[in-house]
Design a protein around this ligand. Structure first.
Ligand SMILES: Cc1ncc(C[n+]2csc(CCOP(=O)(O)OP(=O)(O)O)c2C)c(N)n1
Ligand SMILES: [Mg+2]
Length: 829
């Protein structure tokens, strides 16, 4: 039956009303956050958005949802379902909040700072006051996350409020933190250790509903935001260890400063990992502890966007701005953000807007640079006071006195401690791995039998019958098959494939990432075969044996600091794996210098934390100009001390094979820096007979088996050694021994002494390098060589000191190279 016309009209009116209401709401959904009431001090004024100057019931309702103390940016999210999710949650009535618990968190957080302030006046603690709502916020995140399957929170944060978080979130007993202020045991860490607001901590959190969550606060350096990719990489490793459920079980949380979030590029690099197969962790929760200041710098000087959080807008993820003094709203945001992360598996950003009670640190006077702001802050009551009044709690003073007493007792206890407490426990997968100085007992045999090599070769060079392979790759695999059979010398690409294959076969997980690493920048790897007709992938390294470990090789984003940080983090939670990061050219590693300085080289010294991360850095002077020649060997050697890492340049394919296997199989867990070849990748001089892969182990110094009775010894590392041997052949020289130092650090003193003894008639020992005098290993080698050489003279040949690593002219390079070779063989270099 057709509807009567009266119904039609009513429906049309209803439609029109709904349409109008939706239109009004949409304006507020889109722009509401700009008019939201976000700053507790009221100094960061809401904007007046023309589109929102609307009257009527719908506008009033929409304003209540979107311009209160929560402002959410979400209309840039491409996915309609996700927008609808946010919309429904923002427009729904508010669920009740456990206000008593929230008040308790606030009092605890504020009093902790107060006791520190009173007992340790004049020391830095980077107080949380002004954004103490962080504590009930994290509590709510943990409450929800545990309901949704989380077992562990992996948390990265910098200085601000860190000590408070160690006590309130990681649940370390407060006396452990106070002990840091007492500096109870300085002798135990002479020359090492770190300041108290950088150390990591672990603990157990019990949620309001009684669930237990492990908390892991990651150690971090002063370098703001450098810990971000490390935290995410650590989370990924923990997740990978347990397979698919890992994404729910391990939740990463990053707490950022507002200035740092906007200013540090590594934030953008880390955000960019969110949805990438090799790097995703199913969503990181980002919290900006936004005090609207960075040291003395105000937002209008710190970012070109209205909110520091807006760097995250390039991603299809929500940004929740919330007034840090509306505690209930903060908790509501924590709930929404966590549910969203679990629902959609993406990052979310919470911009917690408050203020900073004191100066940047407590020894800094902020009234010099922000006199008016600090006048306002001086008269502003602490949040617990405001909240207690809001929710009508009367006997709050007795609660305050009780908590203060607890902290004071803890503080007195700290004064009686004689040993610095260790704030963290290591997971048991670190059992059996060793750091510290190298000991001979860490040596491992790395050779494989011919039969094993043949079997691996077979797996590496075959693919399904119906696979349409690219003709060039086909040829490469045919050549590799010949290499495995000893019909052709093994090159670096094959040596690496055999090393990886042998490791995964024996159960060692291999993970390598870097720019264009799947194919290899120099066309040398081809770890993934692509069917030319349908682009289906076949990965020989994933088809080695039925019970093999996985071999994951990823093309990384075009980032160095972020990716290296991630892989360092990964290595921290997967000590049994061979984890490698590859630079496209070695020089690009300097973009990741902060990660190298702060984590890779110093992590053990500062935090007692080990890593077996391997860096592959293509290096060598080949006339490609200042930027593609040098991986800056000198920088790594300068960082080397107390056996903190291994620095090697394998001179041939077999050496590379043994080195990779040594790194995975030894229980000495140290970062390994490998200078890898470019032009020598397939060069016959640097290729190896397959028999060399059956030898016992990596040679720190590669002896010269062509000269027995030398008058001179040329010492070098890398490509130049092959050029020197070629030159020697041309000159028909039989009195010069040429040795490769394949391990630069730890210094192979015993091996060199043996070689020098072998050539007892050699009077001159000459260090030859391609690098200019102010670069390369020269500064490092000379004093050490003199020590080993005794009365013999130690000379050197190198390029003249230079401000840039090399010439930009290929011809000039050739001339220089000839001069080096000539000098090396002249009697008076
Ligand atoms: C990479 C880096 N650059 C500079 C500094 C020095 N520094 C320490 S804290 C700070 C201000 C940080 O401001 P913000 O990110 O807003 O955090 P807040 O201290 O306000 O919590 C600066 C510049 C640093 N630690 N790291
Ligand atoms: Mg700040």
């Amino acid at each position: 039956m057709a509807p009567r016309s009266k119904d039609l009209t009513a429906a049309a009116v209803l439609d029109a009303t709904n349409g109008e209401r939706e239109r009004v709401f949409d304006e507020f959904r889109r722009w509401g956050y700009l008019e939201a009431d976000l700053d507790p001090l009221g100094l960061f004024h809401p904007l007046e958005v023309p589109e929102l100057q609307l009257d009527g019931d719908a506008a009033r309702e929409a304003r209540r949802a979107y311009c209160g103390t929560i402002g959410v940016e979400f209309m840039h999210i491409a996915d309609a379902e996700r927008r609808r999710w946010i919309q429904e949650h923002m427009e729904a009535p508010q669920a009740p909040v456990d206000q008593e618990a929230a008040l308790d968190h606030l009092i605890r957080a504020e009093l902790f700072e107060l006791v520190l302030q009173q007992r340790y006046l004049g020391t830095k603690r980077f107080s949380l006051e002004g954004v103490t709502a962080l504590v009930p916020l994290v509590d709510e995140i943990l409450e929800l996350a545990s309901q949704l399957g989380a077992m562990e929170l992996v948390m990265g944060m910098s200085h601000r409020g860190r000590l408070n978080v160690i006590v309130q979130v990681a649940k370390r007993p407060p006396e452990e933190v106070f002990a840091g202020f007492e500096d109870v045991d300085p002798r135990s860490i002479l020359g090492g250790g770190d300041v108290k607001y950088h150390l990591g901590a672990t603990g157990e959190y019990v949620t309001r509903t009684g669930a237990k969550l492990h908390i892991h606060l990651v150690s971090n350096p002063s370098h703001l935001e450098a810990v971000d990719p490390v935290t995410v990489g650590r989370t990924r490793a923990k997740q990978d260890r347990v397979g698919e459920p890992g994404k729910a079980k391990y939740l990463p949380l990053l707490v950022h400063g507002d200035s740092a979030f906007a200013g540090q590029g590594i934030v953008a690099e880390t955000l960019n990992f969110a949805d990438l197969p090799g790097y995703t962790v199913g969503g990181t929760i980002h919290v900006i502890a936004n005090n609207l200041i960075g040291f003395t710098t105000v937002p209008r000087e710190a970012h070109s966007s209205r909110f520091s959080a807006q760097i995250a807008r390039r991603q299809s993820i929500p940004i929740f701005h919330v007034n840090a003094e509306d505690v209930d709203a903060v908790i509501r945001v924590g709930r929404m953000a966590t549910e969203y992360r679990y629902q959609f598996g993406t990052d979310v950003v919470i911009d917690l807007i408050g203020y900073r009670r004191h100066g940047h640190s407590e020894v800094d006077d902020p009234t010099i640079t922000q006199p008016l702001l600090y006048k306002a802050i001086k008269d502003h009551p602490p949040l617990w006071e405001i909240y207690a009044e809001d929710i009508g709690v009367e006997d709050v003073q007795s609660r305050v006195a009780e908590i203060r007493k607890e902290y004071e007792t803890a503080q007195e206890k700290a004064g009686t401690l004689t040993k610095m407490p260790v704030l963290r426990e290591l997971p048991n997968y670190w059992d059996g791995y060793r750091g510290g100085r190298y000991k001979p007992e860490y040596a491992v045999e790395t050779g494989l039998s011919s039969a094993e090599l043949a079997e691996l070769t077979e797996r590496l060079t075959t693919y399904p019958l119906d696979f349409h392979i690219h003709p060039k790759v086909k040829k490469l695999l045919e050549q590799r098959a010949e290499m495995g059979k000893g019909k052709r010398p093994v090159d670096y690409g094959m040596a690496e494939a055999l090393a990886f294959a042998s490791l995964v076969k024996s159960g060692v997980h291999v993970r390598l990432s870097g720019q264009d690493s799947r194919r290899g920048t120099f066309n040398q790897r081809h770890s993934v075969l692509l069917d030319v007709e349908n682009e289906h992938e076949y990965v020989p390294l994933q088809n080695i044996s039925a019970d093999q470990a996985s071999c994951d090789i990823y093309n990384s984003t075009l980032s160095e600091a972020g990716v290296l940080g991630f892989e360092y983090g990964y290595s921290r939670d997967y000590p049994e794996a061979l984890v490698l990061w590859e630079a496209q050219f070695g020089d690009f590693a300097n973009v990741a210098q902060a990660v190298i300085d702060q984590f890779v080289s110093a992590g053990e010294d500062k935090w007692g934390l080990l890593s077996g991360l391997t860096l592959l850095l293509p290096h060598g002077y080949e006339g490609q100009g200042p930027e593609h020649s040098s991986a800056r060997i000198e920088r790594f050697l300068q960082l080397a001390a107390r056996d903190n890492f291994q620095i090697c340049q394998p001179s041939n394919a077999a050496q590379y094979f043994h080195l990779l296997r040594r790194q995975a199989l030894s229980h000495w867990r140290k970062p390994l820096v490998v200078f890898t070849p470019k032009s020598m990748l397939r060069h016959p001089d640097a290729s190896s007979p397959i028999a060399d892969l059956t030898h016992e182990a990596f040679l720190r110094v590669v002896p010269d088996d062509q000269v027995t009775d030398a008058k001179r010894i040329l010492l070098c590392t890398g490509k130049i050694g092959h050029e020197l041997r070629e030159e020697r052949k041309k000159r028909k020289d039989t009195s010069t021994a040429i040795l490769f130092v394949d391990q630069l650090y730890p210094f192979p003193e015993a091996e060199l002494a043996t070689e020098f003894e072998r050539y007892s008639d050699a009077r001159d020992i000459v260090w030859v390098q391609e690098e200019p005098a102010n670069m390369g290993p020269l500064f490092y080698m000379l004093p050490r060589l003199r020590h080993v050489a005794g009365s013999r003279s130690v000379l050197s040949v190198k390029r003249s000191a230079s401000a840039s690593p090399s010439t930009g002219s290929a011809k000039a390079h050739e001339m220089e190279q000839r001069a080096i070779l000539g000098l090396a063989f002249s009697s008076n270099p």
